[in-house]
Design a protein around this ligand. Sequence first.
Ligand code: ATP
Ligand code: MG
Length: 385
Amino acid sequence: MKSVIIVRYCEIHLKGKNKKFFEKLLINAIQKSLSDIPHKLAVMNARYLIEDFNENDYDTICERLSKIFGVHSYSPAKVVKSDFDEIAKCCLELVDGKTGTFKVNTNRADKKFPLPSPQMSRELGGVLLEKYHENIKVDVINPSFSVNVDIRESGETLIYTDVIKGFGGLPVGSSGKGLLLLSGGIDSPVAGFMLAKRGMKLEALHFHSYPYTSEQALDKVKTLAKLISYFTGGLKLHIVKFTHIQEQIHEHCPEELMITLMRRFMMRIAERISVKNGCQAIVTGESLGQVASQTVESITSSNSVVTQPVFRPLIGFDKLEIIEISQKIDTFETSILPYEDCCTVFLPKFPAIKPKMETILRAESALDVEALVESALQDVEIFEV
Ligand code: ATP
Ligand code: MG
């Protein structure tokens, strides 16, 4: 009896003529993610089979699979010769210790196998009941677990009971590349996750206000980038020093517009870096109305300085919903570490909540915008995560 893992994909089924492209990306993602673990990857129709791995690597393989977008679900399974007694023995082993209601599903691709599927299911059900009748009962409508028996043309049969759900989505790289504005907070890592889930490859950009913000604040962002990279298969993190721009705004512009003007500079710099690195969109963790800089007026103001699309996947999410996702993707604990972000530096007491465009433009005319943007771009640090 051999252990294998069955991997299923979902939305790719919808892709018609493009299916091959999506399948190739998904296979590449699985191979890359498991590259340091000895195994074999076989293609079955619309599924993959991971085999010949060391039992000790099983948990690691599952953990990695659960982070690959495009994987709809996976199942630990056993492979036996297509022979009734062997199949029955394996079913008994898989059901040992289980309680509740069950049903057997047989799928007979190998028409040479003597028993038709319904009969095979009934007979296997009988074998299981005979041994475990004190713990399990048949319920073919709404069972608490299923015993799945897949009799393949190869002369082998796959048997499994558990189906573990992945995140679904599309393989990373199938939806272009975006530049994620990554702060140290809770929201932006979740925003990155959401777009990677839709197949977007990501690079990340962080604005740092050294010496007002600390080395630890920067380390925190690098850790977040690392956590996101498990989903994206690597990540390039650009770090821009923002201090000089903040000081200039602080010195020359009205205090209540500090955040509004900062956001506009961030967007301008982001778009330049995005274009230079072949990204097609900017991604932020904004959520409508969450803070003064995320009102429709503030978003209009920061949006108006760029032409690339700005994706804000969290725009309609409540904070609690965002926190729930950040816990699921393991970024929450890092995000709540108490190191200050560049946006808290020079924070005005009363930030403009509905800034008017003409007021913004008048305030901004006190600055040499182009020169400030250019000088920030002169000194970008890059980390390959
Ligand atoms: P987050 O939890 O993502 O920090 P937030 O609720 O603190 O978001 P803001 O500080 O208004 O909200 O930031 C809104 C968005 O702007 C962030 O989600 C992020 O995409 C971007 N952003 C904010 N600060 C930075 C920064 N220092 N570097 C890069 N991007 C940033
Ligand atoms: Mg923040």
